[in-house]
Design a protein around this ligand. Structure first.
Ligand SMILES: [Zn+2]
Length: 134
């Protein structure tokens, strides 16, 4: 599960760097290591290919000291996705790290009975909440 979270963070990270300059695998592995993500080419390359297939990254092969190196640059679609991710990250940071937002979720059961009694139908109680009513 934690791996799922981190793979999402890593994708956003890759898009962020690919928006600043063309990036390649080994440099990304080093940059991600600096951020505390230990991942090898076997994990990174499938992620890069998936981002490319999704149309978020464009690949360009360049020859660097006699070897082909694959550089990735963000596309307009990738940039739009990165912007959307930034909005979600801002929201997440403000709630999870800064405690902005409700401390409790709305009481769904109460809201439902209110809506139903407004509609003139009493609600049948199908379950009992553990620990009784708050
Ligand atoms: Zn970084």
């Amino acid at each position: 599960m934690l791996r799922d979270f981190f793979l999402g963070f890593i994708k956003v990270h890759i898009l962020h760097h690919a928006a600043l300059e063309p990036v390649y695998g080994l440099a990304l592995i080093q940059e991600l290591r600096r951020h505390g993500y230990e991942l090898g080419p076997g994990t990174l390359y499938p992620v890069l290919h998936a981002l490319e297939r999704a149309g978020y990254l464009a690949r360009e092969n360049r020859v660097v000291s006699g070897k082909v190196r694959k550089y990735y640059t963000i596309t307009p679609t990738g940039l739009a996705a990165l912007e959307e991710a930034r909005r979600k990250i801002r929201e997440l940071v403000s709630e999870v790290l800064e405690g902005v937002g409700p401390t409790r979720l709305p009481d769904t059961e109460e809201a439902l009975s209110r809506a139903e009694s407004a509609a003139g139908r009493p609600r049948a109680r199908g379950f009992q909440r553990r620990g009784g009513r708050r």
